[in-house]
Design a protein around this ligand. Structure first.
Ligand SMILES: [Zn+2]
Length: 321
């Protein structure tokens, strides 16, 4: 019999394909830029040279870099050493104790993640303050227990899609109580806007005393949360605040924006879509100008979600959530 710890590791590995959809700057390389560096000929002049350079030629674009590496110091951004001595003299910088000018490649942009920092720091010493939450997100770190929960709710979405013979179904969950708030299947064959995510958000609104569409047999909202009508709406959560959304297909731009407006906390989807807006054609959830941001994860039970497509006899209209 396998030890429990080994089994746990295997389980995690098997599910590793669920990944966080992050903003491009988090996954891109930090890039490089050429700088001219000089050797400090006598160590005792190090401090005065740093002060001289920092006051007469600060380089704000490279503020993420340390100016010194051993006995070498960054003088200026340059592709060639040819005019550097004249450049420094014109700035009234004392070059008496500097020599061996050379061009080296350094990181162009400040590192945001540890991986970027390690790449940047290998070129030239770099400043970095690790954001532990961000690292967890970028590295997609979920415990086995958390993965169990996420899979459980995605299975509800898959089951809902099967029940109604649809490709797309969505489930809204309150993770603080691990309870269903609303679930819905796609209904766009009857109404162009009734994608499963739109229906689910409307059902959440209904559970809070609102809602725009009449209740359909295609959606269901939890009768317990239906009763949670707030005395003072300003006091309580707004629509999907704090809620997780599980949807079989990557949401389209309309649904992605509906999830922004309704303040979803996290969105998990199974299969990508060519019209999807959380990784395929755009990353709506990372647009800085929007007033709310949720986290997005793709690939949760991807095979199960894609199998819905194989068996479905409905049109491609349903290809996004
Ligand atoms: Zn949609």
């Amino acid at each position: 019999m396998e030890p429990a710890s080994k089994k746990m590791k295997l389980d995690t590995t098997a599910r590793i394909r669920m990944e966080t959809v992050v903003d491009c700057p988090l996954t891109q390389d930090v890039g490089t830029v050429n700088v001219c560096v000089g050797r400090i000929l006598e160590k005792k002049h190090t401090r005065s040279i740093i002060l001289d350079l920092n006051s007469k030629h600060p380089i704000p674009a490279l503020s993420h870099l340390k100016r010194i590496k051993n006995d070498r110091i960054i003088l200026c951004i340059r592709n060639t050493v040819d005019d550097v001595a004249k450049f420094l003299v014109d700035l009234n910088i004392d070059c008496t104790h500097l020599g061996d000018f050379a061009i080296v490649e350094v990181a162009k942009n400040a590192p945001i993640t540890r991986k970027q920092f390690e790449s940047a720091n290998a070129k030239w010493p770099c400043n970095f303050h690790e954001d532990k939450q961000l690292e967890k997100l970028v590295n997609n770190i979920f415990s086995v227990e958390e993965l169990d929960l996420h899979e459980k709710w995605m299975r509800v979405a898959v089951k809902t899609a099967k029940e109604f013979g649809r490709i797309c179904a969505s489930v809204v969950v309150d993770p603080s109580t691990d309870s269903l708030v609303a679930k819905s299947a796609d209904n766009r064959d009857n109404h162009p806007m009734q994608h499963s995510v739109m229906l689910a958000v409307d059902l959440v609104a209904r559970s809070q005393g609102g809602g725009a569409w009449p209740l359909l047999s295609i959606g269901q909202y939890n009768t317990v949360t239906e009763c949670k009508v707030l005395d003072d709406p300003d006091d309580g959560p707004y629509l999907c605040t704090g809620y997780d959304v599980y949807t079989t297909r990557e949401p389209c731009i309309m649904c992605s924006m509906a999830l922004i407006h309704s303040r979803a906390k996290r969105v998990f989807y199974g299969a990508p879509s060519k019209n999807g807006s959380l990784g395929s054609t755009a990353k709506i959830h990372t647009v800085k100008e929007l007033n709310h941001h949720y986290q997005a994860f793709r690939g949760l039970l991807r095979e199960d979600c894609e199998r819905l497509f194989d068996k479905s006899v409905v049109s491609n209209k349903q290809s996004t959530s």
